[in-house]
Write a protein that binds this ligand. Sequence first.
Ligand code: RAT
Ligand code: ZN
Length: 415
Amino acid sequence: AVLQSKEAICKRVDEAVKNVWVTDVHTHLYPPSFGDILLWNVDELLTYHYLVAETFRYIDMDYDAFWALSKREQADLIFKTLFIDHSPISESCRGVLTVLQKLGLDPASRDLAAWREYFDQLTVEDYTDKVFELGRIKRVVMTNDPFDDLERPHWEKPQTDARFLAALRIDQLLLHYPENWEKIKGWGYDVDAELSIKAVIEVQRFLRDWAVRMQAQYMAASLPPAFKVPDNTLCARLVEQAVLPVCREMNIPFAMMIGVKKLSNPDLQLAGDSEGKGDIDTVEYLCRTYPHNKFLCTMLARENQHELAVAARKFRNLLVFGCWWFLNNPSLIEEMTRMRIELLGLSVVPQHSDARVLDQLIYKWTHSRRIIAKVLRDKYCDLYDTGWRVTDEEIDRDVDKLFGGAFDDFLALQL
Ligand code: RAT
Ligand code: ZN
């Protein structure tokens, strides 16, 4: 039906965004069958590395002393520091409270012991169902690293939980080939230190084997600000000579997550990475030179966002996704989502969760849905002012695109 007022439009947008089942294109989650490497519960929520970094803003404890604490002790300290000694107004702190609230626990109680008891009574299988239901999550794409000794054994047999799709993560190959080529050789691929032509063919075979085994939706890497192609580096050669040919042959995208300065402060461990501005010319070079390859891209610097959206206007083989990591904050999500929709319409994936802890699916999507709905309300109301009229079905269709449809279309695209 045609929507005849702005009030009706806003109501429909809110409903559509609240109800849509999400495809989350980048997470660090695993199916329950993978056991302990799937993180969940309130202690994991509190010890999320975003909160660890924030805690060190306030405490003078030695880094080593913090890392020597048990997980539960770390969680206690983080809770005391970020929630009791100060009000939890940062986005990551607020996220913990949204999760508790949505689970039906009472944030006002400040009763960490009671919250722990709640989680102690759950099985991971039931809890996974519950989180997917509460968050209205259809599917999540994982981060699957064949170099991870804890994860690799789980791929000896096929993964059958259809809610969890794989992504072949290749940071270790692209950025640490000198440290890793002997490992690859040990797995039966005839590679060498200098990356000879024969080794390139073998790296291709390695990538193909893993992409097939995992049924990878895409290959992905998190890359430094200085990531540059073409270049006479092992990384650039691997991208052009091994990754892109196999991606093309399998018609899967290469996802570039550009702008991480790894271990800017090593004492913070996983929480120690920083960000820097990346090189958009590399993204444009790749899209132009490999028009039959597909590229997913997200960049970590706010300063890259406009040029990245412009690049996507130039190249249909580029799909921009998510407000990554330090950008996953309400003010920046709103700014980026507005700009992207203004430049790219519905051909964008506005958000991914990057959830490392299962429970985070709940808050990351609750918070993001609200902001995306706000932006959409404005955009449809601006349309209304031109005299154009939309139907409720059209709003549903558009929302579906933003929360998964555009990603599915891109995966299916044959160039
Ligand atoms: O957002 C994060 O949790 C980061 O630590 C990274 O995992 C980043 O998203 C990545 O995938 O490298
Ligand atoms: Zn990530």
